[in-house]
Design a protein around this ligand. Structure first.
Ligand code: SF4
Length: 263
C-alpha cells in the first residue's frame, strides 16, 4: 500500500489507500493470499484476467530487495492465470523469464480468447520529457527508461501499451504535445494508448489537489489560475474539457494507427 514514486498528482495522496504516496506498507502475507485465491479460482475452473498496480506500483525500488511481485507472478504461473501489469518502472524487465512462461502456459477466459498475448503490460506516463518527469514523478524511473522497456517487451511478443494519464492541463494537453506523445509511443511499439485527464482530490496539505497546486505554483506559476479554475469546486475538469481532450487523442491515434483500448 502506498507508493514510493511520489507523483505530485497521485490520487492516493490523502485517500483511503494510503496517507501519502511517499510512505508505504508491505503486505507481507500477499503471496499466501494470492496463492489461496488463485487455488480456489482454479479449482472452480474460473478463468479471469487479473490486474497488478492501481493504487500502487508493483515495481517500486523496494521490489528489488523483496521480490514480492516476482513471487506473486510465480503463483500466477503455477495456476496458469494471465496477467495485466500497470507500472512506471523498467524493473519489470527483471521478470521477463516468468512473464514468458506465463505467456506460454496461461489459460485465457473465454471472452478474451482472441487476445494475442496472455501477458499485457501498460506503462504509465504523464510526460515523455525526462526533465519534467523528474519534477512530477520525482522517484519514478525516467520516461526514457520506460520507453526502452516497452520496446523490449513488445519485441518479445507481449501485448504492451500506454496509460497516458494524467495528461497535464495547460502543460501538455495541446495538440502539438498530444501528437508528439502518440508519435513517441508508436516508435516504442505501443499497441494501444488509454488517455486520461487529471483528477485532484482532497484539501489537506498532503492531498493531491494541494500537492499539485504547489507544484504548478513553483514551476508553472503563469498557469496556476487556469488550473485552479479548471478544478474549481470539483475533482475532475468539466465534461467539456474532458470530451474535447479525449476527442483530440482519439483522432490523433486513429490517424497514426494506434488503438485507444487494450483490446
Ligand atoms: S506511480 Fe502511480 S501509485 Fe505510484 S505515486 Fe505515481 S501515480 Fe501514485
Amino acid at each position: 500500500m502506498g507508493c514510493s514514486f511520489d507523483c505530485v498528482y497521485c490520487y492516493i495522496n490523502g485517500s483511503k489507500y494510503a496517507k501519502k504516496t511517499n510512505s508505504y506498507y508491505v503486505k507481507s502475507n500477499a503471496c499466501d493470499l494470492v496463492y489461496n485465491k488463485l487455488k480456489k479460482l482454479a479449482r472452480n475452473h474460473e478463468r479471469v484476467f487479473l490486474n497488478f498496480g492501481s493504487a500502487s506500483d508493483p515495481y517500486m525500488e523496494i521490489e528489488k530487495e523483496l521480490e514480492l511481485t516476482r513471487e506473486i507472478l510465480k503463483i500466477f504461473l503455477r495456476f496458469k492465470y494471465p496477467v495485466h501489469i500497470i507500472t512506471k518502472s523498467d524493473l519489470i524487465l527483471r521478470d521477463t523469464d516468468i512473464l514468458k512462461k506465463i505467456n506460454d502456459a496461461a489459460i485465457l477466459p473465454d471472452d478474451l480468447k482472441g487476445l494475442k498475448s496472455k501477458v499485457c503490460v501498460t506503462f504509465s506516463f504523464s510526460t515523455v520529457d525526462d526533465d519534467l518527469a523528474s519534477l512530477v514523478e520525482p522517484n519514478a524511473p525516467l520516461p526514457s527508461q520506460r520507453l526502452k522497456a516497452m520496446n523490449t517487451l513488445a519485441k518479445k511478443g507481449f501485448h504492451v501499451g500506454v496509460a497516458l494519464m494524467p495528461i497535464l492541463p495547460y502543460i501538455n494537453d495541446d495538440l502539438e504535445s498530444l501528437e508528439n506523445f502518440v508519435k513517441v509511443f508508436r516508435k516504442s511499439n505501443a499497441a494501444y494508448l488509454i488517455p486520461g485527464a487529471l483528477s485532484l482530490f482532497g484539501s489537506s496539505e498532503i492531498s493531491s489537489r494541494i500537492k499539485y497546486y504547489n507544484f504548478v505554483k513553483s514551476n508553472f506559476p503563469e498557469i496556476l489560475d487556469d488550473v485552479k479554475s479548471l478544478f474549481y469546486n470539483r475533482e475532475y475538469p468539466s465534461n467539456k474539457y474532458q470530451n474535447n481532450l479525449y476527442r483530440k487523442v482519439v483522432r490523433i491515434c486513429k490517424k497514426q494507427g494506434i488503438k485507444t483500448a487494450m483490446i
